[in-house]
Write a protein that binds this ligand. Structure first.
Ligand code: TXA
Ligand code: MG
Length: 344
């Protein structure tokens, strides 16, 4: 299959790209689209045959459920059944965060094919803020199932060029919407009512919407991702070895712990690129990339995260050494991803 990359850098080209995408989606094909988090591989969520093509193109196991993207908040009830006890909370949360990088796990409606939710009784739902994505999902007038547009377990794409590297020849169209604004996948939460006061918000996947952002809406708690052998994971699809570059990656908590092996080529993923952090001159790095040069800003680090990881993966090093990031705000999600990438 030939993969076409459709540019959107002029109003005419944008219109053309959107109509190509909508035509393909109507015909039950899957298409890569930009979102504000990462590029997604989208298909009509209500068409199981179209959804099956997502799993095939990504080589994704059927037990890993997909996120459903809506054109508007008002359409939530088409895919989810919002329990009465949390209806007000869901309304407050979606009014505040949608469109945006927050995904809610809710009881599913019968209309959503089981393939989308991997047979679970719940569905993950969000509404993307990306204007191109919104145009496509609105013209299609159907919700879109869309996982990140990478092969299963690989680095998520934050540019059309990265999608080409992941899925060239496997899908008919990639809509090039430029770089993604948030750079990491949406925060996923579940909401449970409590006897008194605000509900319990469980963060199933840390992301751009932080604990601090969620606190006004409930008691926030991070889900446990560490499952013992044989235990069923609480969060499907959050495998230890996710987001993995092909090159081995080591999270180096303290620069003093580094003992380079003779003849081995190392690459550095630095947070701020500052000499005072103690990593910059540890060895003669084959390549070193900095997530947020200068004083270090976590949202900027997030935007560059997957792009830098991918570039280091391709630089020919034998090992990628990653500096730790401050574990607050968006740093929680970044550290989680680094730990997973290191856990091959
Ligand atoms: O930002 C994002 O969320 C991107 C863009 C494209 O929207 N999508 C994305 O999808 O990251 P994906 O497939 O890479 O991750 C979806 C994850 C699953 O691996 C699983 O952890 C969680 O969402 N998930 C989906 N349905 C769920 C459910 N019913 N219950 C719990 N977790 C669920
Ligand atoms: Mg993914």
């Amino acid at each position: 299959m030939q993969t076409v990359v459709a540019p959107t850098d002029h109003p005419d080209r944008l219109k053309d790209a959107v109509s190509q995408a909508v035509d393909l989606l109507k015909r039950g094909e899957c298409v890569a689209l930009p979102t504000e988090t990462v590029y997604g591989l989208a298909a009509d969520a209500m068409n199981p045959e179209a959804v099956a093509k997502i799993f095939a193109a990504k080589e994704r196991p059927a037990f890993d459920p997909l996120i459903v993207h809506l054109s508007h908040r008002d359409r939530l009830e088409e895919v989810a059944m919002v329990p009465e006890e949390i209806a007000k909370d869901v309304a407050r949360i979606t009014e505040h965060f949608w469109p945006g990088p927050l995904t809610l796990v809710l009881p599913k409606s019968a209309a959503v094919p089981d393939l989308v939710t991997s047979g679970l009784p719940t569905v993950a739902v969000r509404m993307s803020a990306n204007p191109i994505f919104r145009r496509v999902v609105t013209s299609l007038a159907q919700p879109l199932a869309a996982p990140s547009a990478n092969r299963f377990g690989r680095i998520s794409p934050t540019s059309a060029a990265a999608v080409v590297k992941e899925l060239d020849g496997r899908i008919p169209l990639i809509v090039d919407g430029g770089a993604c604004h948030a750079g990491i996948e949406s925060t996923i939460i579940s909401i449970t009512p409590r006897k008194e006061g605000k509900p319990l918000i469980r963060v199933l996947r840390a992301g751009p919407v932080t604990k601090e952002d969620l606190q006004p809406f409930g008691k926030v708690e991070f889900a446990n991702h560490h499952t013992e052998a044989g235990e069923k994971p609480e969060v499907p699809g959050q495998m230890p070895s996710h987001y993995a570059p092909r090159t081995p990656l080591r999270l180096l908590e303290k620069p003093e712990d580094f003992q380079p092996e003779e003849g081995k080529r190392y690459a550095l993923l630095s947070y701020r690129g500052g000499e005072e952090d103690g990593y910059l001159f540890l060895t003669d790095w084959l390549q070193s990339l900095t997530l947020s040069p200068g004083s270090g800003k976590l949202p900027e680090a997030a935007v560059r995260f997957f792009h830098c990881l991918r570039a280091l993966d391709e630089c020919g090093a034998d090992e990628i050494v990653a500096e730790p990031l401050p574990e607050r705000g968006m740093g929680v999600a970044l550290m989680e991803k680094l730990r997973r990438a290191a856990a091959k």
